[in-house]
Each structure stands twice: as C-alpha cells, then as structure tokens.
Write a protein that binds this ligand. Structure first.
Ligand SMILES: O=c1ccn([C@@H]2O[C@H](COP(=O)(O)O)[C@@H](O)[C@H]2O)c(=O)[nH]1
Length: 257
C-alpha cells in the first residue's frame, strides 16, 4: 500500500491566518512548514484510492494529487478539520453523477449527518464498527479519547497474507490501556502530536504532544513512527533529537508499507 500525507496540519493548518510566528512566516514565504489539514491518501494495487479523512482542504489536496475524483473514504471523527471537505466532495459527486462510499463508525456517521444532512444524497455511508476491508487489508476502528474535544476513532490495517500492520491515530490523548491495546505489534504508527511540548493543563487539551507521543512509542514499540496533525509549534527545520525510527510528516510525504 502507498500512503500519501495529503495533509499534516492541526485544525488551523500552517500558516495560521492570524499568526506571524517564525514558523507561520516561513510557511508563507518558502513553505517547508506549510500544512494542510490532516488527511491520508491510501493506494493499493487493483483498488480505487481511499481517503482517510476529508478536511476543509480537500479541494486543494485533490488538485495537488492530480486526482479528478475519488470514490471512497474512511472518517476518524466528525470535527470540522476532518470532515469539512465533505460538502464540496458531495457537490462534485452531484456534478459528475458519481456516488461515493464513506466508511465510519455508526456514531461518526450520525454526527456527520447532523452537521451536513444533505450529503447522504451523494454518499453511501457504511458503518465500520464491525470491521471493514480494503483489498487484502482488514480494517478495524476503535474509539479513542480526544480530551476536551470528546472522542475520535483510530484505524488499524492488517494485511491478510503479508502480516504487515499499521495504524492511524491522528486525534487522541491520554489513551487508556484498552485503547492502547490495538496499537501493539505495529510496523508503522501514524500518530497525531500537535505541539512539541504543550504547557497547558491536560483537561484543556485534545491531542498528544511530541514528548507524550515519544513516551507512548516507547511503551508500544512500533517499528516506525510518523508524527502528524502538527500545529505551527512544530518547525520541520529543527532537530528535535527524535529516535531514528521516528519522523515528522512533511506535506506530501509518501510511504510504502
Ligand atoms: O464539537 C466540536 C469541537 C471541535 N470541533 C472542531 O475540531 C477542531 C479542534 O480540533 P483539535 O484537533 O482538537 O485541535 C476545530 O476545528 C474545531 O472547530 C468540531 O468540529 N466540533
């Protein structure tokens, strides 16, 4: 499977519209730190591409990827930065008379439809609570703490014959032991870490920071790790002294697993 990081940003993207910090200025002027809202494009031979989340930068992400249409997606949760592109995608489906299929846990489907009640004219929603598949990949989703912002879901992909396993957990903090269990034995973990080290009390926060992300990585020991869902606090030009198997996602990063 090829994984493309179409977006690696937090809810505001980088640069933040109101901000003139060094990272936001760099993002505007040269673009190393320019980040669209977090989303992955998954591509498996013989299968149509699959989006993982569809934030408000969907249109730009499709243009950058040179994609004229996409037929399927999975959603982690119904927050704007992860579903804001759905109405535009639904409009594109309407204009091209092409339906698309959206997989998500039942409660996420409910929340999406409460925000955008008209999109089910174009989308066929399929609940993923009992599992899903993408080619030979078996997919499970499970509910994770999203701190002050409620809940999100993480996704784990297990290849049926190759024994390869990876997971996407973009919006989580302070996972319980039960929520950490499906992260065991991974070849790759893609983890959301919005800040390098957040100074604010835990009950005001919603996503791991890099320091906490590293502690989690030490505990669950994935073979490789990519930090994503990054705010303007993270400067890709800095050396944060990360272990060799941990990297910070850059917009457009491509991996093969
Ligand atoms: O009920 C809610 C609460 C928040 N949002 C949006 O989610 C993000 C916040 O994301 P973090 O990843 O936790 O920083 C922001 O865009 C809020 O507007 C929401 O849609 N619904």
């Amino acid at each position: 499977m090829n994984i493309t990081f179409m977006g690696t940003g937090d809810s505001m993207g980088t640069p933040r519209v109101y901000c003139d910090c060094v990272v936001c200025v760099e993002a505007r002027e040269t673009g190393v730190n320019r980040r669209l809202r977090s989303s992955l494009l998954l591509e498996e031979e013989g299968e149509a591409p699959l989006l993982l989340d569809c934030g408000p930068d969907w249109r730009e992400q499709m243009e950058v990827a040179g994609l004229r249409n996409v037929k399927q997606a999975l959603l982690t949760h119904a927050h704007f930065d992860h579903i804001g592109g759905l109405p535009e995608w639904a409009d594109a489906c309407r204009w091209t008379q092409a339906a698309a299929s959206i997989g998500a846990p039942r409660e996420v489907v409910r929340d999406v439809l409460s925000r955008f009640p008209w999109v089910d004219r174009q989308f066929r929603f399929e609940t993923s609570d009992e599992g899903a598949s993408y080619g030979d990949w078996r997919i499970m989703s499970w509910r994770v703490n999203h701190g002050k912002n409620g809940y999100s879901y993480a996704y784990r992909f297990d290849h049926a014959s190759r024994g390869v396993k990876w997971a996407y957990c973009s919006d989580a903090i302070d996972l319980t032991e039960e929520q950490k269990a499906p992260l065991a034995g991974l070849d790759l973990l893609v983890l959301g870490t919005s800040f390098v080290e957040e100074p604010y009390p835990m009950n005001t926060r919603s996503v791991y920071d890099m320091k906490e992300g590293l502690a989690l990585v030490k505990e669950i020991k994935p073979d490789s790790v990519v930090f994503t869902h990054l705010s303007h606090d993270v400067d890709l030009r800095c050396d944060y002294g990360l272990p060799a198997h941990v990297q910070i996602a850059k917009t457009g990063l491509k991996l093969t697993i």
